[in-house]
Design a protein around this ligand. Structure first.
Ligand code: ACM
Length: 542
């Protein structure tokens, strides 16, 4: 039985024979296989203790890695064919990425212990005689991680990239800035991290909780850390899409540089990095100074991140200060705009043009549709499907990440033991039945759905264990939705998925992932007495 998650397109098992990897097994590689070769030797080499020396394609006892145009034609750049024969393995990618995803399947076929970092005694590394053909349904298979609300040290980020690779996910949306912390070094504005990267204390639990963690919280990635993260991701065929959130969710930046805020409404020099959760009213002032400042930020961001898309946030920009500020009202007048929504649209439009002029594309949360969206921009549809449908109909590309389905901070069970439960109940089965393409789209419109993304907001996840608990096992279900050619939600075989999850839990155990067990949280995964915000209706900001 081959129980791979995400499920491959086509699997044939040939009898009960096997090919066994051993000390003499070689790796023979063709063009385009360099990254996969390095990864296999490092990762499988560590897990098995086998040296996997270089070999030739004609050898016996060899794992061959190459790309071939027929696979590209049939299955695309990310597709692969994997054949395990008695004398070795043929892994053929449509492109380098396809080879890498095929290598993930190969590791999976070796069993859970292939996911450890050192060999267990007496293990044998047998592969069933198999032919697999596989390719992803979507080209954007994303995970968003919020490292602002709670900082995840660099090691943890690299670990998440490995976890993404094991699930064939390929876009890491890196939410680097928010009201509660600025996490990326910007050389020309050192106060962004000196001041903006830490807060004196933190609300423990959701907004309703009376508890505080009375200790400083903070951290940031240096530019070299970012370069390392981007390169580590690229080795794994993962694109890192950075998010610098404007013009809302900017209190940490305003605390560092008070002139960025609405100084005629409040005394921004007394602002600190926010220690509570929700939507801060302290938003950027739409001045030329602010635009120039953020152009400076984005200049450094573009040097660090080669991705086509740059995320500029655009969500939940509170308009109170803009309404009260005489200088903002004068700006609206001067620009000939109707209201604050149009001002937000103008602000986003500025960076859309700025990014386009530099060969990049803007992506933002679906609020960027309000007041009109610039051509070429793409939308992360988070408040449901409607914005994504409207954007696709208007010819914009869309990443589907509706909070009702794939916000992994939302509680995964209705039980009282769920740690700091917030918003809707979204079980493993709910995520498994998430459908990224709304049925009302025509095929042409549906082609604008680049794919799907699961979002991990970390207000109530104070450490890696909490992030693991919220993210897994649901990310495994999400990965199957994003990769596999599943039928319509009601027809999906969740019972079979659950059956395959049994082996997947062993793999997660070997990887050291602190997932939520099917039977509920372990004692140390509970947070008794820490208030969340469970709601059944539409959650205004969680
Ligand atoms: C969001 O959840 N505010 C994008």
């Amino acid at each position: 039985m081959v129980d791979v998650i995400p499920e491959p397109r086509h699997v044939q098992v040939h009898g009960d024979g096997s090919f066994e990897l051993g000390p003499a097994t070689k790796l023979a590689v063709g063009e385009g296989a360099e990254r996969t070769e390095r990864w296999l030797r490092a990762t499988l080499g560590a897990a098995t203790g086998l040296p996997l020396p270089p070999g030739e394609g004609e050898d016996d006892d060899v794992v061959r890695l190459y790309t071939h145009p027929t696979v590209t034609k049939d299955l695309g750049e990310e597709g692969y064919r994997l054949a395990v024969r008695p004398n070795g393995v043929h892994l053929v990618g449509g492109g380098p990425a396809g080879l890498f995803w095929g290598a993930q399947t190969l590791r999976r076929l070796l069993g859970p212990d292939a996911f450890r970092r050192a060999p267990l005694p007496g293990r044998r590394w047998r592969l069933p005689l198999t032919r697999i053909q596989d390719a992803p349904r979507f080209r954007w298979r994303g995970l968003m991680l919020d490292v602002s609300r709670h900082f995840m040290p660099k090691d943890g980020v690299l670990r998440y990239l490995d976890l993404m690779a094991a699930h064939k996910l390929n876009v890491f949306h890196f939410h680097l800035t928010d009201d509660q912390g600025w996490r990326i070094e910007i050389k020309r504005y050192p106060r962004l991290t000196e001041v903006g990267s830490w807060r004196a204390r933190t609300k423990f639990g959701h907004r309703a909780s009376p508890l505080w963690e009375e200790k400083p919280h903070g951290g940031f990635y240096t530019q070299d850390d970012i370069r390392e993260i981007v390169a580590y991701a690229a080795e794994r065929h993962i694109t890192v899409v950075p998010e610098i959130d404007v013009p809302g969710h900017s209190q940490a930046a305003i605390a560092a540089y008070p002139e960025l805020g609405n100084t005629d409404v409040i005394d921004t020099s007394s602002l600190t990095v926010w220690d509570n959760w929700g939507i801060s009213l302290n938003v950027l002032a739409p001045t030329d100074n602010t635009l120039r400042f953020y152009e400076g930020v984005f200049e450094e961001v573009l040097e660090l991140f080669p991705s086509e898309f740059i995320h500029i946030g655009g969500d939940e920009c509170a308009k109170e200060q803009w309404r009260e500020s005489p200088s903002v009202q004068a700006r609206i007048e001067e620009l000939g705009l109707a209201d604050e929504d149009q001002l937000q649209s103008w602000f986003i439009g500025h960076f859309d043009k700025w990014l386009s002029a530099r060969g990049r594309r803007l992506i933002g949360w679906d609020e960027i549709l309000e007041g009109g969206l610039a051509e070429g921009a793409a939308v992360s549809s988070w408040r449901g499907y409607a914005a994504g449908v409207a954007a696709a109909r208007a010819g914009h590309d869309v990443v589907m990440c509706p909070e009702q389905q794939v916000y992994l901070d939302y509680r995964q069970d209705a039980g009282a033991d769920e740690p700091v439960p917030i918003a809707y109940v979204r079980t493993l089965e709910d995520v498994y039945r998430f459908e990224p393409v709304p049925p009302e789209l025509t095929p042409e419109e549906a082609a604008h759905v680049l794919g799907a993304q699961a979002n991990v907001w970390t207000e109530v996840m104070e450490d890696q264990g909490r992030v693991d608990y919220q993210t897994f096992p649901r990310l495994a279900a999400f990965a199957e939705v994003a990769w596999s050619a599943l039928p319509a939600p009601a027809e999906r075989d969740f019972a079979d998925f659950e059956r395959r999850m049994a082996a997947h839990y062993e793999l997660l155990d070997a990887l050291g992932v602190g997932y939520r067990p099917p039977t509920g949280p372990l004692p140390w995964q509970k947070r008794p007495g820490v208030l969340g915000r469970p709601i059944e209706g539409a959650p205004p900001n969680r």
